[in-house]
Design a binder for this molecule. Sequence first.
Ligand code: IVH
Length: 706
Amino acid sequence: MLDHSYADVNVDALTPLEAAIELERLAKVIAHHDELYFQKDAPEISDAQYDNLVIRNRKIELRFPELRRNDSPTRRIGAPLASGFRKVKHRIPMLSLENAFSNEDVYEFFNRVRRFLNLQETQEITIVAEPKIDGLSASLHYQNGRLRLGATRGDGSEGEDITENVKTILDIPTVLEGNNVPESLEVRGEVYMCRDDFFALNARRQENGEAEFANPRNAAAGSLRQLDPKVTATRPLRFFAYAFEALSGVELGLHSDILAQLKLWGFIVSPEIRLCHSLSQVIDYYDYIGGRRATLPYDIDGVVYKVNNLEWQRRLGSVGRTPRHSIAHKFEAEKAETIVENIDVQVGRTGVLTPVAWLKPINVGGVMVSRATLHNADEIVRRDVRIGDTVIIQRAGDVIPQVVEVIKAKRSSESQSFVFPEACPSCGSLVEHVPGEVARRCSGGLICAEQVVERLKHFVSRDAFDIEGLGIRNIEAFFADGLIKNPVDIFMLEARDKQSLTPLRCREGWGGQSAQNLFNAINKRRTISLNRFIYALGILQVGSVTAKLLAKHYVSFANLKEQMILAEDPTSEAYHDLLSLDGIGQSTAADLIYFFQEPHNLEIIDKLLREIHIEDFHMEITDNTPLSGKTLVFTGTMQAMSRSEAKATAERLGAKVAGSVSKKTDFVIVGADAGSKAKAAAELGIQVLSEAEWLKVAQGELTKGV
Ligand code: IVH
């Protein structure tokens, strides 16, 4: 029996022995109150008193992690999930960061921020510099201070419900501390594993004959996505918080305030974070952290810089999937020495041939690498890479490993130069080399199997149709067996399977359930947004940002197609309209028009339209502002806002911004020294706004209801 109770002793004053006794008491007391509350429906203490017990228990465990008991309330877990994780839509998308690879890139980031916000050269831009933890981001939702939902990032718009698993992570409070807890709160941060814990986990797995994890990041990911939270509870996962959004109640002006507030609620914020007041301080921090990289207990792959002023962050907004207010400054890639065993050529979706080195497999910073890109034929010649050579390869983040150096001193007399093929290795068509261009292309077009497969992979990829369970391997296998030869076949798969003598469920590795899951996943994607569809088509130079721009402008697929066909005539209005889009140049326009001229493309699209429904593009933000649906042209120099900010603001208000004045223009906003565009507007009788008038409309609308 316990002689003493330490219930009234401050956590910071407890000795280890006293802490152990107190943890034992708390485990019992909390279990007792849980039973009264959940089983007997007869609580004896208030919610606040109960929360204080939970908070006290966690605080002691954070101070003495080795004393955390197996029956601790922080290890209390729910039942295993029977059928996978539930999907959850993120209320605010989980974006990713743009990368900077050099000090110049960081300098350019500062300049961009300055230009966008129209800041004076002398105006200081305070930056919060944070280590970029190599883990996985997670989103945590709290209602009235209680953890209600934990979700993975997923594709950024939709993640998986991992609530029971995150509850087992000690760094993540299940009940928030402090007295200014908002009613509804979303906290974001990084789940990671310390290197020592990762080694210990692998040693245990090896003893048990289980597969080892390649690196701490994979171990963290594997541990977090366990269907049985009991398993997660045994894994030493940790969490650094780095952001929150409160629906109401907490008004802060600086990112550094956010970090301070997170700590007060009981989160762990990286102790390495620094406030920097100039570019040189930022770079000093980068060098300093880079030097300490090996001594930090966890892996980091760079530093994140964030504009500290939250009003500026809001104004900066985002482009595509990345915010303008932050950037990740990556550390130099990990390098390793190995041997080139062979070189061959890979055919891309657009026919570009990329030489690839097959390497003697080697571990580079925790990841096994057996292939590296050699970029193009000229690069091989310039570097003089030969089969049999000893080379240095590097791997940075998720990018494809590269050969960076040939160690000539180790070259054997048997090394062989690589001769770039004159025929496509996939279809035998002639390889084209346009003088002045580095790329060599297969001229086989639609008959080239490898191009077709690559296009299919693109069609189902994350930003396109995003069909769960139809990844690269399945596309390759289904193509090889003639099941999927073009995008239409994907949507015919189930119907054909029913008639087939060799249905999917009879294939090796497949069963009735997995086949049905795949058909269901395909059926779920029979309705697709216009921008995803345009991207999926894989038109040259049309990435997801351009696809969205086109979707926004043309609104429906029928209209886009009609306009692209009309635009074939360079004197047409359709052609001018296309070129007036800010972000579409002549070369992209040519690729778009060419795509819609190709009869095979039109045939496939017609067949696809019988299988799927393409949603018209909907403006993300209100369509009830005076600017929604209107086309604006900015001209001349703006005083208060940079051109980029004016454009972003107009788009937020539902307007389209064009680069030149046409009959479709609704308003022209003229700054100082407006030239020919103002004149063109006057001639066409288009309404002209001064900068002051524009600001009044924009600011009036943006602050409405705030
Ligand atoms: S801020 C807009 N801060 O890096 C994205 N991210 O490429 C907001 N990460 O998905 C993220 N440490 O998983 C931020 N201190 C940090 C981070 C961090 C690691 C990861 C995170 C995110 C990825 C962005």
